[in-house]
Write a protein of this length. Structure first.
Length: 203
């Protein structure tokens, strides 16, 4: 998983509430178990018409928002079914951070596990950053200091769980966390083989 320390770039404004995971990545695109290639189908029903043509009325189809790395949106983002493809598609599109007043719990947790930083802010703070995004002003997200800053040098402090912060800063997903304990795992397997050899399956 790519480390998350500090990012600076364009933020895409999406002032919609209750965006569910089916809107983020529709069910017909869930057949793959690969994390790559899903970005082109992110918000598919909003980005394309019924014939598959690009719609001109959706923010992610406009310059420079089609290259945004931060998404600013409404409350209860990521509600609905618990599909890990939702953060996969956001990440593959290029988003590293999502800012909203609130998130659905499962989506919120899945973001951290896939290298995306979800940030909860007060509605008035989200509204200000939404305005900055609409003006195409860049935002900076500094995870180490837990600060968001605008080009106008306004700063917003955000909270993040210390363990999740450490994992993002060091680029540790669940697999990497397990591998950090590989010595202890190997020691346990060796001890188990000596004490209860009938349990260990040999190749």
């Amino acid at each position: 998983m790519e480390k998350f320390e500090k990012i600076c770039g364009i933020a895409a404004p999406l002032p919609m509430m209750n965006i569910d995971t089916d809107m983020i990545i529709p069910k017909q695109f869930l057949k793959t178990i690969k994390r790559s290639g899903l970005g082109k189908n992110l918000f598919h029903e909003l980005r394309y018409d019924l014939k598959g043509n690009i719609r001109n009325d959706f923010v992610l189809n406009w310059e420079p928002f089609n290259n945004a790395i931060i998404l600013i949106t409404g409350e209860n983002f990521g509600c609905g079914s618990s599909r890990e493809h939702a953060p996969w598609s956001l990440l593959d599109f290029g988003f590293r951070c999502v800012i909203a007043p609130s998130f659905a719990d499962i989506f919120f947790n899945n973001c951290f596990k896939n290298g995306i930083l979800p940030i909860k802010l007060k509605q008035q703070e989200v509204d200000y950053l939404m305005g900055e995004a609409e003006k195409k002003n860049k935002l900076t997200v500094d995870l180490s200091n837990q600060l968001i800053s605008s080009e106008k040098e306004r700063f917003f402090k955000f909270d993040v769980d210390p363990f999740r912060k450490k994992c993002l800063l060091e680029g540790l997903d669940d697999i990497a966390l397990t591998l950090k304990k590989s010595n202890k795992i190997n020691d346990y397997e060796d001890r188990l083989e000596n004490e209860k050899p009938w349990i260990i399956l040999k190749e």
